[in-house]
Design a protein around this ligand. Structure first.
Ligand code: NAD
Length: 411
């Protein structure tokens, strides 16, 4: 099943629960606008390379569209479309005044020099500057992009439209960013994992964890859970997975990765296993925090963890989700689990509009409050409708977007 089809399957399940009319379903599933652009760039070796970039604006019923920008060789229109749609439901789940969008460039950012990365980014902005903006569509980081890329976007956009830091979030803290944005999606994953464990009457201090992906999201989730007293038994990245029965020294692994170009390759204090084995490891909580589609119908029957927290977007294919649910497992869905990122992006945007600086305590406090409130609402909805947490999250998101659409009128 293609990624966009998968999101729409979850959409339809929730829409059935609230008996959403067919014409509203058609309107809400379709993107408002889809842009595909050519990005020709002079490479350092004198070659001309041409990349493809996308920006899909899915829904604007609740406010300016919001969503990350992914640089990855497998980015295509279907993937960006599915991620844009997820952003619509995610921003509504956490009740931010935003719609949903997503963008991407089909490029392996790790193979580019810093100056090539900057050229790709600036040229991409040249092509899309007229459809983004602080009141229309606000990009943010995702896989393969970071605070530097966001700073270049702000600067390049400013050349066309004047100085406006609110056009993009996830900027460096000392350049119109906000403290705590980088840690936010991983911290949110950690926070919600602990809340879920408490609800299921597990002691978080005894919980064992495996985390796939050790980038922005995975490493901060590992840090939070380690500090909360959980035992992180396995971590991984694209170079392999690392397992230690007594628990990984998470601060040590983070230091190692920072010293080795953000990679765990050669990490000495654990046993090297495969990413496939990590997914099937005998732990209490499995946290996929890398690419999409890693839990499939093929490996789902072998997943041992009773709790899966979707830190990545769309890590579970729908057929696999059904297998996990039938097997009595609890899945905390991406639209809630990783919503900490867009939540702190919202704080950054609000701060930019006021030219005011929030401090880290305030960011963390507001993040905790926002995610806790969404978690409680979804937990109660799941009980009320006797559905999974995923369907409950979609019910919450879809209801809010449908209501805003009705209230605004279509004319
Ligand atoms: P990142 O680029 O910082 O890190 C990605 C990590 O995944 C790296 O450690 C990389 O080595 C690893 N990885 C890549 N391919 C892999 C593979 N085949 N097997 C195992 N590991 C692999 O990306 P990120 O920002 O941490 O994003 C991770 C996920 O979280 C994505 O699905 C993204 O959409 C989602 N997300 C990110 C944010 C954000 O603000 N960065 C917010 C919400 C959701």
């Amino acid at each position: 099943m293609r990624a966009f089809e998968a999101v729409n399957l979850y959409f339809q399940r929730a829409a059935d629960q609230i008996e959403l009319p067919d014409e509203m379903r058609e309107l809400l599933m379709m993107a408002v606008r889809e842009v595909q652009v050519q990005i020709p760039v002079d490479m350092d070796d004198g070659r001309l390379a041409t990349f493809v970039g996308y920006r899909v604006q899915h829904n604007r019923a609740r406010g300016p569209m919001k969503g990350g920008l992914r640089y990855h060789p497998e980015v295509d229109l279907d993937e960006v479309r599915s991620l844009a749609s997820l952003m619509t439901w995610k921003t509504a789940v956490v009740n931010l005044p935003y719609g949903g969008a997503k963008g991407g460039v089909a490029v392996d950012a790790r193979k580019l020099s810093v100056i090539e990365l900057e050229r790709v980014t600036r040229r991409f902005v040249d092509e899309i500057h007229d459809v983004i903006g602080p009141d229309t569509d606000i990009p943010a980081p995702d896989m393969g992009t970071d605070h530097r890329v966001m700073a270049w976007i702000m600067n390049q956009y400013g050349k066309y439209h004047g100085f406006n830091p609110g056009v993009v979030t996830g900027k460096p803290a000392e350049y119109y960013g906000i403290p705590g944005r980088e840690e936010a999606p991983g911290r949110g994953v950690g926070l919600l994992t602990v809340k879920l464990l408490q609800r299921l009457k597990w002691k978080s201090k005894e919980a064992t964890i495996a985390i796939q992906g050790f980038g922005t999201v995975g490493s901060h989730a590992a840090k939070f859970l380690h500090e909360a007293g959980c035992r992180v038994l396995a971590i991984s990245d694209a170079t392999g997975a690392y397992y230690r029965q007594e628990g990984i020294d998470v601060p040590g692994a983070i230091r190692y990765s920072l010293q080795h170009d953000h990679l765990l390759s050669g990490y000495p204090d654990a046993e090297l296993i495969t990413n496939a084995a990590l997914l099937e490891s005998d732990v209490d909580v499995l946290v996929p925090a890398a690419i999409g589609g890693v839990i499939s119908a093929e490996n789902a029957p072998r997943i041992k963890a009773p709790i899966i927290v979707e830190a990545a977007n769309s890590p579970t294919q729908p057929e696999a989700d059904d297998i996990l649910v039938k097997g009595g497992k609890t899945v905390l869905p991406d639209v809630l689990a990783n919503a900490g990122g867009v939540t702190v992006s919202y704080f950054e945007w609000a701060q930019n509009r006021q030219f005011y600086q929030w401090n880290l305590d305030r960011v963390r406090g507001e993040l905790d409050r926002t995610l806790t409130s969404a978690f409680e609402e979804i937990w109660d909805l799941a009980r009320e409708h006797k559905v999974t947490l995923r369907t409950a999250a979609f019910i919450l998101g879809i209801s809010r977007v449908a209501r805003a659409t009705e209230l605004s009128g279509l004319a």
